[in-house]
Write a protein that binds this ligand. Structure first.
Ligand SMILES: Cc1ncc(COP(=O)(O)O)c(C=O)c1O
Length: 390
């Protein structure tokens, strides 16, 4: 089946008891047992709930995996992955992961005897050098948040497979529509479904998909033990959302690409003479679809689109603050992936938990502004950018 057909139907046959086309919200905590040990597959909603089951089946199909697990947030999903490790184990992580992931690993899980090494994953030599005898997990984001750096995923998998290391990829920025890491050989795909999967800025959620029965069984056990599961209503909201994922992603991608080209044409020397608008003080535009983007070729190999996130850099914090406050249509807010356009200042917002020195070493300066490009009319969005940057 095609992606959109799967998105609309996978895991969601008409409800057998009523014929309802839309999977009901099974707002129940517990289930009738005819006699001891005789149930219909559901006993308590922390362990399993039919609305959540539909969502887990749906996302598994979209990510081309066998098993899906839904969580109450993206961080709960990432926490579950880190619980695959035991005290004394080591993990290698991209150095520009989402700030909350860095915080969980470095400031929480570290206290439980786990060790994390953060590396620039764009050079796989760094990965080879960072792996130790006790390395059990390599966790990466590709593209990363907010610098959109890309890891050669099959290359990383090759290095890890030889050493029996689990590879997990946070695929939040691409969504399963533009990238399927399981097809590139990874073991686990993670989503903050708060973002594109949800798409309407009205639900916090997380997902893990795998094709390994062993990893699934372990994570399902952890999911039930920790209990960070989504409510039936949140599961239902996500089921509603994945139905439109394909059309939303196409539009996010189109709008973001237009904006990236617009910004780029105003800073590159050759285009500047012909540029329609004068934009002051942009140092660089970051979007994997641009031909001058350093990892454009890798992006084209492993992604089928470039997504809806565009970052750019202005001179310094003062200029960034000035620009951020001038936006009218782009709303100053955390998060991303919704139908409405948002703007954020990663250094003081989403990535504030990463020490300044660490951030700047990785290129995340105080001048970086991140746009989550929504699905509004792109000419309105460009008009807003023009006036904010003028
Ligand atoms: C790439 C990425 N992964 C994970 C998370 C965490 O997800 P959540 O906020 O749903 O816990 C975020 C949140 O911004 C994110 O951007």
């Amino acid at each position: 089946m095609g992606f959109s057909t799967d998105a609309i139907h996978a895991g969601q046959p008409p409800d057998p008891s009523t014929g309802a086309i839309i999977t009901p919200i099974f707002q129940t905590t517990t289930y009738y047992q005819e006699e001891l040990g005789k149930d219909k597959g559901y006993v308590y909603s922390r362990s399993a709930n039919p609305t959540r089951t539909a969502l887990e089946k749906n996302i598994a199909v979209l990510e081309k995996g066998k098993y899906g697990l839904a969580f109450s947030s993206g961080m709960a999903a990432i926490h579950t992955v880190s619980k695959l490790l035991k005290a004394g184990d080591h993990a290698v992580v991209s150095n520009d992961v989402y700030g909350g992931t860095y915080r969980l690993f470095q400031k929480v899980m570290n206290d439980y005897g786990l060790e994390f090494t953060f590396i620039d994953m764009t050079d796989l030599q760094n990965l080879k050098e960072a792996i130790k005898p006790n390395t059990r997990l390599v966790h990466l984001e590709s593209p990363t948040n907010p610098l959109l750096t890309i890891t050669d995923i099959p290359g990383a998998v090759e290095i890890c497979k030889a050493k029996n290391i689990i590879v997990s990829v946070d695929n939040t920025f691409m969504s399963p529509y533009f990238q399927n890491p399981l097809l590139l050989g990874v073991d686990l795909v993670i989503h903050s479904s708060t973002k594109y999967l949800g798409g309407h800025s009205d639900v916090i959620g997380g997902m893990i998909v795998t094709s390994s029965e062993e990893l699934y069984e372990r994570m399902k056990f952890i999911q039930n033990s920790i209990g960070a599961v989504p409510s039936p209503f949140d599961s239902w909201l996500l089921l509603r959302s994945t139905k439109t994922l394909a059309v939303r992603m196409e539009r996010h991608n189109y709008n973001a690409f237009e904006i990236a080209k617009f910004l780029q044409s105003n800073i590159s020397g050759e285009n500047r003479a012909n540029a329609k608008y004068r934009i002051k003080n942009i140092k660089r535009v970051i979007y994997p679809g641009l031909e001058n983007y350093p990892q454009h070729e890798i992006a084209k190999k492993q992604m089928t689109g470039f997504g809806g996130m565009v970052s750019f850099e202005v001179e310094n914090f003062e200029r960034a603050k000035d620009v951020l406050h001038k936006f009218k249509l782009f709303t100053l807010a955390e998060s991303l992936g919704g139908v409405e356009s948002l703007v954020c200042h990663p250094a003081t917002m989403t990535h504030a938990s990463i020490p300044k020195e660490e951030r700047e070493k990785n290129g995340l300066t105080d001048g970086i502004i991140r746009l989550s490009v929504g699905i509004e009319d792109v000419f309105d969005l460009i008009d807003d950018i023009k006036q904010a940057l003028a």
